[in-house]
Design a binder for this molecule. Structure first.
Ligand SMILES: [Ca+2]
Ligand SMILES: [Ca+2]
Length: 220
């Protein structure tokens, strides 16, 4: 009987941890509260010139989304910088996912830049299908947090940390939103549902935890 009590207590402790983990492991920005949710203007490069503005509009996927406008002739480095919840040791995450909506005059798609490691090394991340500009609909973009030569490009002039070192110690995540040639109030890319995607293993672990929890609640 004593053994059973210990086992049940242990199970409850593990399940409470799982409940916490499921909340902590889904880092998402959906802009539904009408704020930038910690995203700020910023560029990963030296002498940064941020030639635009960031707005929350009701044109989202669904609800609200983050929109960048170009306010400088010739355009600037219109990057949006992630809050700290997207940074740190990301080696246990599968990758980063976001939805983009491009204006009709877009010439390119959104890309990301990550910065990290001892030397603040920079890598540019490109999702699949970069050559095709899909306008008029929301499109999902995903980049894995494991190295592949089709997705990741070392930024010349940046540091010399390996890709793995950067992923283990990420200090900056930026999304490039300048997708058109024109400037001066021009509408650039919109983004929504920026998700730090957990490993499939973590997901099934969370799903299993959820199942156990539901069963526990039903049995109450
Ligand atoms: Ca939204
Ligand atoms: Ca532009």
């Amino acid at each position: 009987m004593k053994k059973l009590i210990i086992l049940v207590t242990l199970a409850i402790v593990i399940m409470s941890c799982l409940e916490g983990a499921s909340l902590a492991s889904m880092i998402t920005s959906d802009f539904e509260d009408g704020t930038l949710q910690g995203w700020t203007k910023g560029t990963p490069f030296f002498n940064p010139v941020f030639g635009g503005d960031l707005l929350i509009t009701s044109f989202g996927n669904p609800g609200n989304s983050l929109l960048a406008t170009d306010t400088m002739s010739g355009g600037g480095n219109i990057f949006v910088k992630a809050p700290s919840t997207y940074l740190g040791d990301l080696s246990s995450f599968s990758g980063i996912s976001w939805d983009e909506y491009l204006p009709g005059n877009a010439l390119k798609r959104t890309v990301i830049v990550i910065q990290g490691g001892e030397n603040n090394t920079l890598f540019t991340g490109v999702a699949s299908g970069q050559s095709v500009v899909n306008t008029g609909t929301w499109q999902n973009r995903f980049i894995p947090y494991t190295f592949s030569s089709t997705h990741w490009f070392w930024k010349s002039g940046g540091g010399t940390d390996s890709f793995e070192e950067v992923i283990k110690d990420m200090k900056g995540l930026y999304i490039q939103l300048d997708v058109t040639q024109s400037a001066n109030g021009n509408i650039e890319a919109r983004v929504d549902n920026i998700i730090l995607v957990p490993e499939p293993g973590t997901l099934s672990f969370i799903a299993l935890g959820g199942l156990i929890l539901r069963k526990k609640r039903r049995n109450k």
